[in-house]
Design a binder for this molecule. Structure first.
Ligand SMILES: Cc1cc2nc3c(=O)[nH]c(=O)nc-3n(C[C@H](O)[C@H](O)[C@H](O)COP(=O)(O)O)c2cc1C
Length: 257
């Protein structure tokens, strides 16, 4: 059988729940302190409070129709999104519903609108907002714990840089908002070690994508998950170090006709 048709070492992480619930050699097992579930805002950064996500007006609340209407959209009208819509999309993909003391594992954890292996939630959410009513153009990061966004940077020609980072997929830059989820793998590796964390993180990402799709369908907006991108370009544009935190999954969102 040709090598690329076999479950070689690159694919073996897809097999089974191979290392058991908690890796016996993980940092958690060694008593290392749990990593933070969210990066804090830095001193002096501008924080923008978000509207309550539950106040948004849904155009479609029938779950059957939301799932049936879901498609990947790559043409957007160019009209702005509202801050209410942005707030709802952020909440739908990474919103925190409660924080809880996890007695079984003896640490603090968060419950979000998506599931995550071991409730480790290894992602941070960034939004390149080029056209949101009442919001200055820039790259923001979601502070789910505070229902707010924090301004990370305001690069010139944001649309052009997003399109370039998405290796020429111009609809990415043309959209009024472009979501980028970075991953901080250690949040998951702390408990599960390797290689299982690779599988867990990848599975976790899928839930974000589907929640975004369903939330967009409920608002009558369009989106398309993006896996084709230039890693170093996106890491640099979003201010990520490319080692402990790097770009992982992304999606433009905009109005559709
Ligand atoms: C992990 C992943 C990566 C994707 N990457 C891209 C991409 O870079 N560009 C793009 O146009 N579509 C991308 N898509 C969208 C798929 O092409 C799309 O879901 C597929 O063609 C099925 O169409 P549908 O979503 O309309 O049902 C991606 C989807 C997933 C799940």
């Amino acid at each position: 059988m040709p090598e690329n048709r076999s479950a070689d070492s690159h694919l073996s992480y897809l097999k089974g729940y191979t290392v058991g619930q908690n890796h016996p050699m993980s940092d958690q097992a060694k008593g290392v302190r749990v990593p933070a579930y969210e990066k804090p805002a830095r001193e002096g950064q501008k924080i923008v409070a978000l509207p309550d996500p539950t106040t948004v007006k849904l155009t479609e609340s029938d779950v059957f129709r939301c799932l049936d209407n879901r498609i990947s959209s790559r043409v957007f009208s160019g009209d702005a999104l509202t801050l209410n819509e942005l707030s709802f999309l952020l909440w739908a993909t990474q919103g925190i519903k409660k924080t809880a003391d996890d007695e079984r594992h003896q640490h603090h954890s968060v419950k979000r609108t998506v599931p995550s292996a071991g409730s480790r939630h290894p992602f941070e959410t960034y939004v390149a907002a080029g056209n949101v009513e009442g919001l200055a153009s820039g790259i923001y990061r979601y502070l789910a714990s505070a229902n707010a966004i924090v301004l990370e940077s305001a690069p010139a020609d944001l649309k052009g840089k997003i399109s370039e980072g998405a290796i020429g997929q111009r609809f990415c830059g043309a959209a009024p908002v472009f979501f980028l989820w970075s991953v901080i793998p250690y949040r998951t590796v702390w408990r599960y070690g390797l290689p299982f964390s690779v599988k867990a993180i990848t599975l976790d990402g899928g839930h974000i994508g589907q929640n975004l799709h369903v939330a967009c369908a409920a608002l009558g907006l369009g989106t398309c998950m993006i896996g084709a991108y230039n890693q170093s370009h996106m890491d640099a544009l979003f201010g990520l170090d490319g080692k402990e935190e790097f770009a992982f999954y992304m999606a433009p969102v905009g109005r559709i006709d």
